[in-house]
Design a protein around this ligand. Structure first.
Ligand code: GDP
Ligand code: MG
Length: 296
């Protein structure tokens, strides 16, 4: 009877369904002022979306970010729509007293879980609940080349319990390749020593294949990134890059920096996994906590 199931047909149906409904994906960038967060938001969109927006050499002044601010682009590929939203945050930890400086970030993340929960518990709920939950939080580590600061550790310790944290070494062009590699190793040791579980978390690898793939990524985290929102002419090609006295650093060139790895992890290879972990782990624990509270 079940000699031929026709999985292919099922996959086609799933594809058609995604084409109709599209999907939402939300990222947040966090870190101290001046580490290139706003620039990175533009870099992500420019490297993904059309290039026609900017003229080469034209200065695009980025105003200082003073409040949480989201930018959304709808990206369409092969008939499937992705609504990509990146939330930029004001400088974090800029004060002399940084006690509780993570509160506004945590509040925002929880508010999105709360919104989703409220829709989900309605008796007549929407077939597709709008999803503003943060699927990945990119944390910018200042390129000191030393160790993580207590503030970095404390932030990641708290945030990794409620969201997927993806740390990056900011402005990596200010470090040599050797310095980047050394700093990366120290950060990995630091995170391990403090039992801070950043994305992709070892506990959530689903099978040995996942584990192998994610081990490779874990060795490379935090990615040493460079951001740029201007284009330059290099050998007749237009590239997104930063001009320095040694030449142009091409942000999309994997031999120049690890921005391409960050982009691929977020919006290509691990997009669905980031969404799944957000829903099944982080949102789930929020939901359980909230429903327990209201039953008391
Ligand atoms: P934010 O405060 O974290 O949002 O930082 P901005 O994106 O506003 O950038 C602050 C300054 O750093 C600007 O002058 C940027 O041009 C510069 N910048 C951004 N990204 C990089 C980078 O990867 N390397 C270097 N060297 N400078 C950067
Ligand atoms: Mg900013």
């Amino acid at each position: 009877l079940f000699g031929y199931v026709g999985i292919e047909a099922v996959l086609d149906q799933m594809r058609v369904k995604t084409m109709k409904t599209g999907f939402e994906f939300n990222i947040m960038v966090v870190g101290q002022s001046g580490l290139g967060k706003s620039t990175m938001v533009n870099t992500l969109f420019k490297s993904k979306v059309s290039r026609k927006a900017s003229q080469p050499g034209q200065e695009e002044r980025i105003p200082k970010t003073v409040q949480l601010q989201s930018v959304t682009h709808v990206i369409e590929e092969k008939g499937v729509k992705m609504k990509l939203t990146v939330t930029d945050t004001p400088g974090f930890g800029d004060q002399i007293n940084n006690e509780n400086c993570w509160d506004p970030i945590i509040k925002y993340i929880n508010e999105q879980y709360e919104r989703y929960l409220r829709e989900e518990i309605l008796i007549t709920r929407k077939r597709k609940i709008p999803d503003t939950r943060v699927h990945g939080c990119v944390y910018f580590v200042p390129p000191t080349g030393h160790w993580l600061r207590p503030l970095d550790l404390e932030f990641m310790r708290r945030l990794s319990k409620i969201v997927n944290v993806v740390p990056v070494i900011a402005k990596a062009d200010t470090l040599t390749l050797e310095e980047r590699a050394e700093f990366k190793q120290r950060i990995q040791q630091d995170l391990k020593a403090h039992a801070i579980s950043v994305y992709p978390q070892e506990d959530f690898d689903e099978d040995p294949d996942d584990r192998l793939l994610n081990n490779v990524i874990r060795e490379k985290i935090p990615f040493a990134v460079v951001g740029a929102d201007q284009e330059h002419q290099v050998n007749g090609r237009r590239v997104l890059g930063r001009k320095t006295k040694w030449g142009i650093i091409e942000v999309e060139n994997p031999t120049h920096c690890e921005f391409p790895m960050l982009r691929d992890l977020l919006i290509r290879s691990h997009l669905q996994d980031l969404k799944d972990i957000t829903h099944n782990v982080h949102y789930e624990s929020y939901r359980v906590r909230r429903l327990n509270e209201s039953n008391r």
